[in-house]
Design a protein around this ligand. Sequence first.
Ligand code: PLP
Length: 440
Amino acid sequence: DDLESTYINRTATSKERYDEIQSHVPAGVASTYRAWDPHPFVVDRAEGVHLHDVDDNSYLDFDMNNGAGMVGHTHPAVTEAIKSQLDNGTLFTHPHNLLAEAAKELKKRWDPVDLVRFTNSGTESTMHAIRTARAYTGKDKLLKIEGSYHGVHDAVLISKSTPKGKLGHPERPAKVIESDGVPEAIADTVEIAPWNDLDAIEEIMRNHVNEIGALIVEPIVMNVGVTQPYKEFLQGLRELCDEYGIVYIFDEVKTGVKVAPGGATEYYDVEPDLVAMAKSIGGNYPVGAFGGREEVMRTIENGAAHFGTYNGNPLVLRAVTTVLRDVLTDDAYQHVNDLGEKLAAGYEEIMTDAGITGHVKNVNSQGIVHFTDERVNNYREYLEHIDEEFHENYWFAMLNQGVLPHPHHASQQWTISVQHEEEHIDEHLEAFKNIAPRLA
Ligand code: PLP
């Protein structure tokens, strides 16, 4: 309670503004996940690695726009690139050179990607990848992993955050529709599988061999707290998809250009047929893309719809080419990966010294602390082992220290941006050290 009252006292103006926003905008936010109790702080501006709220608090930002900000806020090179485009037109609904330039940059990073189409968000990228896969195979069903998040179109709003009582059989997870307004009939077009269980997945594929045309996975389940695949799991899925005639889709919206230059595809050296991308490829500008094997992508020329007024607009593609060519360089990866290691090691040390039970789950610049000895390997283990209330206390205590450790939920992770420096890692760890005795 006093964590919350400290926060409330620090954010009085935010509360006033938030009340005003709520009278015009449902839940006072532009994406429902962003509403939390007692009230979210209201942002005034962002710069580098800091967010500033309307009460003039500043937050050292490791949320980085839910992972979209690997370049940090207001990166000078990206801002300069955007400015250079402003006077030359921000939207062309005709072909232009940046389409090829940006596509070439993505192809350099992803070996399996021969052709690319641009979208405006991760949601659109997964939606179109799934449609393309269904069109290519002529099979209607999607196979999706329990607990994974792929955006907000109907087909993927199934069994993302199934409550404990509705999980069903571990090898045959229940289909639970996440949102009112998604027709029951949509659930008939989706099958749900457990993460990290090849045998269970093969069984489902075998039972629906004439129906399942697409498998979508987060190759690291970032929306279940950086949950990595078991060794050989992703390659095992590759082989099963070949055997059962299924298009294998990596949702790299959160992993792409972050866990490695070529995302999880490079990190695990596995070849999906299609890749959905968004977030950090655009350096905080709204853009997505999907791409993959030529034969599958050519379906778009011949039956599978992909349209959109703002797709591939020159403004965001300027950001994409600058981010991929000039900002996310080899040196930049070395820098964020080193800082990621330092942050993880620092957390482990402080927990040991303070007698806090916990461990860090991290892959390079992405990570999270879990306050349990149990290593979570799938959604059900997350539900079983993560104490959300404890995690929330940690999160609020960090916020009161001026550090935003990750987006507001225990299932989310930090993003270390190219603008973070050692001193920011020290500051993050100092804040954790200050709250550790109370958490213990
Ligand atoms: N896929 C994954 C793995 C995501 O984490 C997200 C968003 O968090 C999406 C898709 C949806 O992306 P967007 O919010 O840009 O629609």
